[in-house]
Design a protein around this ligand. Sequence first.
Ligand SMILES: NC(=O)c1ccc[n+]([C@@H]2O[C@H](COP(=O)([O-])OP(=O)(O)OC[C@H]3O[C@@H](n4cnc5c(N)ncnc54)[C@H](OP(=O)(O)O)[C@@H]3O)[C@@H](O)[C@H]2O)c1
Length: 248
Amino acid sequence: MTKTVLITGAAGGLGHSLEQRLSDKGWQLALVSRDSDRLQSLDRGGTALYLTGDVSTAQGAEQIITECVERWGHPPEALAHCAGSTLIVPLHRTPEEQYRACLAANLDSAFYTLKAWIQACLHHKQGGTAVLVSSVAARIGVINHEAIATAKAAVEGLARSAAATYASHGIRVNAIAPGLLRSPATERLFMGGKAEAQIAAQYPLGRYGSTEDAAAAMAWLLSDEAQWITGQILPVDGGFSASRPLVR
Ligand SMILES: NC(=O)c1ccc[n+]([C@@H]2O[C@H](COP(=O)([O-])OP(=O)(O)OC[C@H]3O[C@@H](n4cnc5c(N)ncnc54)[C@H](OP(=O)(O)O)[C@@H]3O)[C@@H](O)[C@H]2O)c1
């Protein structure tokens, strides 16, 4: 049976890698962006749903789920919540506006999307599996990451609590916690390649991540191979959060 998956942030670096991977595995896709032009560029043909909306609002998230149910007759069996942002700025220089935007993009979007999806699953008496996206910064102190660490730590709490609440309904909720993934969103950190070696050296496995690394972990958590796993936060970080790199 073809399975259905809703991917938020689908036009972003991670979302795009995941939608390619799941499309190749035969999943039926619902792809979300706030920008319809960005969605069209994904071009997955007639079988995909292209949904324009802002899942960082309760109304936006509910609308997206409603559109999936209208089209498929049931909620997506899987939710991959890739919408989010990155913010690297020290606490004392974080303007309130940037902090609120960071919470909206990372925490509100996860909360409202997961809530709307679970409500629909309960209504349709349907199980399913969701994967949220945290960050290494929620698990280990990384300088200048206070706002994003706050948001992502809350996302991890959300995943664990929802996993506990809805396990008996056949709903699994997990998250991944990536280290730095090279993508258009993070390209400026590489300073035109000048910082590449320095960034790679921070990771015990000797390289920074790719969006494919994170998408592979998400796809596995969504798959039936992970059907006895819920409430877990899977680090995808080249060993960053688990070991101290050798300092020469
Ligand atoms: N890249 C990394 O190094 C890294 C590391 C750790 C964790 N992460 C997390 O991984 C996820 C994907 O990151 P990425 O590198 O793929 O970033 P990305 O390319 O910027 O993609 C994220 C997408 O999220 C959507 N989005 C951003 N702000 C939003 C908001 N306020 N409301 C709704 N949607 C919003 C955007 O989609 P539209 O503009 O199309 O709507 C954007 O394309 C994020 O949660 C990020 O925090 C990334």
